[in-house]
Structure formats: structure tokens, C-alpha cells
Design a protein around this ligand. Structure first.
Ligand SMILES: Cc1ncc(COP(=O)(O)O)c(C=O)c1O
Length: 418
């Protein structure tokens, strides 16, 4: 390890020393950072055709239908349905699977608040299970939380990294329950060489600004299951019994039921079609940056990297554990003082920092899980890991000089505080 401390005097910026860099790092908005003429031209074509609605228009282009074709081909499923957000995708997928009142869905303590929220929106009950040192669902704990009401396990590929799909699928198969993949934060990543989203019975995606590809908002459901697809089509389009009058492909073999309006519009789809063409390029750039940073700090003995279930991750984060929660909090504070932060405000972070409100962590889901603070000890394994996890964002837009600053600052801080 390089030595930064000069004869007992702290050189850390938080103690008055000179910061490693003078300003913030580029933000981690992967897809948005690659928006260019292609997206602008695609949106312009839709506007020129005055046909922004997905089902018809004066010069209807059916861009949303084409985006659905593109994404199902890219991921490798039989069906795709574009919707308005990742939350809408989760809600629709659950209704598509006929999960509702009286049913339980198991999900991880580290996800996004939309995950339990969508379960509640579907009328079902979310049940928490611990994460392991990959910070994704611990399959052994999932098994412990199964009851005769459990209908599904929601595996969340959090911060770009695949959940332990092999083990989770085994638990799901052993108990005859469904596996749902939430791929919102890891579109394009793989597990055992196959795209995430092709393992569960249904997969959901988000195209909000922080996601691998983005139209600001947007989402999609991917599945090989025709019935789930058809029920999802019906639900996302206010029930649509009337639409089958004009389009026989929308005539389904089950009675119509009420739905919501989660239809994607043609402007979003136009952006997403272009973004999807860039996704492999975006992932390649992110992973290149991550590999350099990880290599640069791998000689620090006092930290342990988050375990990866598969190297096919999307690479948007680098997480390492300190030995004690207090060290993680000081690490974050010290890095920010070195100007290793982004203007989005939240990173670098400690995954569970009790003093910050972060919707990724179950301790901040008290409006859904009443009394969660009181029973938090039931999730001691999660609390232990999440409160020691220092989280760095990996933007695809980092320059070599930015990367060098990150590596230098992590060494500098580790050298003094660990
Ligand atoms: C893991 C996860 N699931 C679901 C969602 C919900 O997506 P959206 O914000 O598009 O509704 C997000 C997005 O933030 C997410 O990160």
C-alpha cells in the first residue's frame, strides 16, 4: 500500500489536507450519457409523423412494437411488452402471473422501494429475505421464509450484478413457486453466459435515467409464457376487451379483467430503440473502467470486495466491505472530501447509512413494512453487510485521469483510516 501520511499529520482533505481532485466525477447515468443524433433523429421522425401514440396515428410508425421486437430478440425471450416504468413492469408482471390477495412474494432487503411497492399494488404481501455477501438474495434465507402462501421469489440483480440464479431457481423448483427477475439495474448483463431476464418466469426492466439504457422513464416485461404476456397486455391497457374487435391478435382465451394504463408512448420507444443498439458498447465501457479501478485498489488488504455470482455483471458499481460500520461511514466522508463524488449526490455511499434516506434498503421501507425498525434484528445478516458496504459508482464516462483519482483517493483514505 502506498503511504500518504506524512509524519503523524493527516493528509486527508476532511482533516484539512489537499483533496485528490478539484471537482466532482461524471455522473453514472449509463444510457443517457450516450444520447446522440440517433435518438434525436428518431424522436423527430415520430413528431414529424404526428403519431406519438403506440396503437395508431395519422402516419402510424409502430415504433413501440418494433422496440418490443428488438428487445425480445436482444434478451432472447418469446414475448416483450413495453410499459411506462420499471414499477409498472413489476406490477403488470405480478398481475400477469395472477399473483394477488393472499399471496406472498419473497424479495431481498436490498432492492428498490418499487419492488415491495409493486407487490402491494398487486394486492399481495411482500416478505423480506436476507442478502448474502453478493448483496443479492441469499437462497438459504429465501428457503427459510417460504410459507404455503408463497407464490414467487423476486430476484433483484442489484447494482448491475446477477443474483444467484442457479440456487434460487432450485429453491423455486423445489417448492413449485415462480422466479421473477428484476433486471432494472442490470439490463444486458449475463449469468452463466445467458442474458439476465431469460431465467425467471418473467423479467422486468426499467429505462429511468440511472439505467443501462434510458428514455427518462419506461419499462418492459419479458417472458416466454404466452398467458403471462397476454394477461400483462390486458392489464397494462385498461383491460382492452374492445381492442380485440379491430386486432384479432388481441383476442385472448380468458375473460377480460380491469387494468390500468401503463402504455409506452412512441417518443420513448424511439429513444429506446436507438439506446438498445448502444447497450453492449455502454457495458463494455463501464466494465473496462471498473476493471481498472478494482485492479488499482485490490492491494488494500483491509477491504473485501462484494462477491459476484457471475462475472457477466453490468459493472455499474464497485462495492467493498470494511470490517466495521463506523469505518465505512468514515470512508464515505473522507472520499467525498477528496472530491470523489458525483453531482447526483448519493455516491460514494455506504449502502445502509442510518442517517440517510435511501429507498434501496429495507430499513427505509417502514411505510410498507410497519414496525420494520423494531423487527430489524430478524435481518441481522443484511444489516451487518449493508452497513459495512462502501459503494462506488462506475460511470462509463470516467476518463483515465478520473480513474486514477479514484484509485489514489481510495488508497489515501484506506491508508489513514483502516
Ligand atoms: C431494482 C429496481 N427495480 C425497480 C425499479 C423501478 O423502476 P422505475 O423507476 O422505472 O419505476 C428500479 C428503478 O429505480 C430499480 O432500481
Amino acid at each position: 500500500m502506498r503511504a500518504y501520511r506524512l509524519a503523524n499529520k493527516s493528509s486527508l482533505a476532511m482533516n484539512g489536507g489537499k483533496p485528490v481532485r478539484s471537482g466532482p466525477l461524471p455522473v453514472m447515468h449509463p444510457g443517457a450519457g450516450y444520447v446522440g443524433k440517433e435518438e434525436i433523429d428518431a424522436v423527430t421522425s415520430v413528431l414529424k409523423a404526428k403519431s406519438m401514440y403506440r396503437f395508431y396515428g395519422p402516419e402510424f410508425l409502430n415504433i413501440t412494437g418494433k422496440f418490443e421486437d428488438d428487445i425480445k430478440k436482444y434478451i432472447g425471450t418469446k414475448y416483450a411488452l413495453a410499459v411506462t416504468s420499471g414499477t409498472a413492469a413489476l406490477h403488470t408482471a405480478l398481475v400477469g402471473m395472477d399473483i394477488g390477495a393472499g399471496d406472498e412474494v419473497i424479495l431481498p432487503t436490498y432492492a428498490w422501494v418499487a419492488c415491495p411497492d409493486a407487490v402491494v399494488a398487486a394486492g399481495a404481501t411482500p416478505v423480506l429475505a436476507d442478502v448474502d455477501d453478493s448483496l443479492t438474495l441469499d437462497p438459504a434465507d429465501v428457503e427459510r421464509r417460504i410459507t404455503n402462501r408463497t407464490k414467487a421469489i423476486m430476484a433483484v440483480h442489484i447494482r448491475g450484478t446477477p443474483a444467484d440464479l442457479g440456487a434460487l431457481q432450485k429453491v423455486a423448483d423445489d417448492y413449485g413457486i415462480a422466479l421473477i427477475e428484476d433486471v432494472a439495474q442490470a439490463a444486458g448483463a449475463t449469468y452463466r453466459g445467458k442474458k439476465l431476464g431469460t431465467f425467471g418466469r418473467v423479467a422486468s426492466y426499467s429505462f429511468q435515467l440511472n439505467k443501462m439504457i434510458s428514455a427518462g422513464e419506461g419499462g418492459a416485461i419479458l417472458t416466454d409464457d404466452k398467458l403471462i404476456y397476454q394477461r400483462s397486455v390486458m392489464f397494462h391497457d385498461v383491460g382492452t376487451p374492445y381492442r380485440a374487435w379491430d386486432d384479432p391478435s388481441l383476442k385472448f382465451d380468458f375473460p377480460a379483467f380491469p387494468g390500468v394504463n401503463y402504455r409506452m408512448n412512441e417518443l420513448s420507444a424511439a429513444v429506446l430503440r436507438e439506446q438498445l443498439k448502444k447497450i453492449d458498447w455502454i457495458i463494455k465501457d463501464i466494465k473496462k473502467n471498473k476493471a481498472k479501478i478494482k485492479k488499482g485498489i485490490s492491494d488494500i488488504d483491509a477491504i473485501t470486495f462484494r462477491r459476484l455470482n457471475d462475472p457477466g455483471e453490468a459493472g455499474i458499481s464497485l462495492v467493498f466491505f470494511t470490517k466495521k460500520p463506523s469505518q465505512a461511514l468514515t470512508f464515505k466522508k473522507a472520499l467525498r472530501a477528496e472530491n470523489i463524488w458525483t453531482t447526483s449526490g448519493s455516491y460514494p455511499g455506504v449502502v445502509y447509512d442510518p442517517s440517510t434516506n435511501d429507498g434501496h434498503v429495507f430499513m427505509h421501507w417502514g411505510h410498507i413494512f410497519k414496525g420494520i425498525q423494531r423487527v430489524s434484528k430478524r435481518y441481522q445478516a443484511s444489516l451487518d453487510l449493508l452497513s459495512r458496504a462502501v459503494h462506488l459508482d462506475i460511470s462509463p464516462l470516467l476518463s483515465d485521469s478520473d480513474i486514477n483519482d479514484i484509485v489514489t483517493a481510495v488508497h489515501k483514505v484506506a491508508d489513514e483510516i483502516l
